[in-house]
Design a binder for this molecule. Structure first.
Ligand SMILES: *Cc1c(COP(=O)(O)O)cnc(C)c1O
Length: 373
């Protein structure tokens, strides 16, 4: 089936009530017929639910559908995108291991790798993963995983997943490749097909799309399932049935939303590229995210955001409506200015998550604000 159909029907299940829409199983525990059944479920000899943290129907149907969209065998839902990253990497890595990542990644991922992992004896190298030589030099006997984010936040830098997988596998076939696929979504990129072992999302963004849930997901093939599943149970990174139900509803329109996000973003990019106050526009050519640099720097960015009327001044992205934010003073303010500028996050950089409003209205809003800066 094609993505549009999978998004609506993939993994569909029904109870005996004849309901059309999959219900919310708002339960924390599940009932056993007798002691033997309970024992068999705990031992994994019989399929069935036991306890909310160990799995529930709303998480299961949702992850089946996301996995079908990503062309992966299975996966897991997490309470946040960060929980997906931490749970999986803690399942893969141990003391003494080495992780390679890029110097441009999501702020909290950067913070997890810089300030948390080293405390547990996990070394992390921050490199330019698009530089083949740099990547080859970073690989060591201890390297157990590579974490990529592509396109990356907020500069839209793209990494060739296939090429990185090839280089790493050539060095050591055991190295796990994990990709943050939040910006591209399964509509534009399927990392498992490109050679990655794990693809993850902040479902808070495009997957749910409506700005009413914070959650995450990861997909992978069966061989990783047991190891990762166990870590989720032990860390307790499970997600509520209601949040999963909302995400399944959001997911149904992902393919049409992405089509419109892209169409609108392309028109906004065309407008920005010809505007005299815009120095540079970063846009990969798909999805709804873009960033641009103003000729008037930090002051101009601040002014632009204070004067938009339609776009919402807020962090996060991938929602049905347009969001605008200023990385230098918000999401990336924690990074020292010099380091920030080195990776392309200048004072005048503005990040825009183009929503599903009429492109003309989004453009007019930006125009009236830019004209005042
Ligand atoms: C938002 C985001 C995350 C973190 O996800 P949360 O759901 O906020 O925990 C990770 N990576 C990217 C690219 C993001 O945009």
């Amino acid at each position: 089936m094609k993505p549009e159909t999978i998004a609506l029907h993939g993994g569909n299940e029904h109870t005996n009530y004849g309901e059309h829409i999959f219900p919310i199983f708002q339960n924390s525990t599940y009932v056993f017929k007798d002691v033997d059944q309970g024992a068999n479920r705990f031992a994994g000899k019989e399929k069935g639910y036991v306890y909310g943290r160990l799995g529930h129907p709303n998480a299961d149907i949702l992850i089946k559908r996301i996995a079908l969209l990503e062309e992966a065998e299975t996966g897991q839902i997490y309470p946040t995108g960060m929980a997906a990253i931490s749970t999986i990497l803690l399942a893969i890595l141990k003391k003494g291991d080495h992780l390679i990542t890029d110097s441009i990644i999501y702020g909290c991922t950067d913070s997890l790798f810089r300030s948390v992992f080293p405390r547990y004896g996990i070394k992390v190298s921050f490199i330019d993963t698009t530089d083949e030589q740099e990547l080859k030099q970073a690989l060591t006997k201890e390297t157990k995983a590579i974490f990529l984010e592509t396109p990356a936040n907020p500069t839209m830098k793209e990494v060739d997943i296939e090429k990185v997988s090839e280089i790493c596998r050539g060095y050591n076939s055991e190295i796990k490749i994990m990709v943050d696929n939040t910006f591209a979504t399964p509509i534009y990129q399927k990392p498992i097909k490109l050679g990655a072992d794990i693809s993850m999302h902040s479902c808070t963004k495009f997957i749910n799309g409506h700005g009413d849930v914070v959650a995450g997901a990861a997909v992978f093939n069966q061989e990783m399932a047991e190891q990762v599943q166990r870590m989720q149970v032990d860390l307790g990174t499970a997600t509520s049935p209601f949040d999963c139900w909302l995400m399944l509803r959001g997911l149904k329109t992902l393919p049409v939303r992405m089509e419109r996000h892209t169409k609108n973003a392309k028109q906004v990019v065309d407008f920005l590229r010809q505007h005299p106050k815009v120095e540079k526009v970063n846009y990969p050519g798909y999805s709804g995210l873009l960033s641009f640099e103003l000729t008037s720097g930090f002051h101009g960015g601040k002014h632009l955001m204070n004067n938009v009327k339609l776009a919402t001044l807020a962090v996060s992205l991938g929602y049905v409506d347009t969001l605008i934010q200023h990385p230098a003073s918000m999401t990336h303010a924690v990074i020292p200015k010099e380091q920030r500028e080195k990776i392309g996050i200048t004072d005048g950089l503005v990040r825009l998550s183009v929503g599903l409003e009429a492109a003309e209205d989004i453009i007019n809003d930006l125009k009236q604000s830019l004209d005042k800066t």
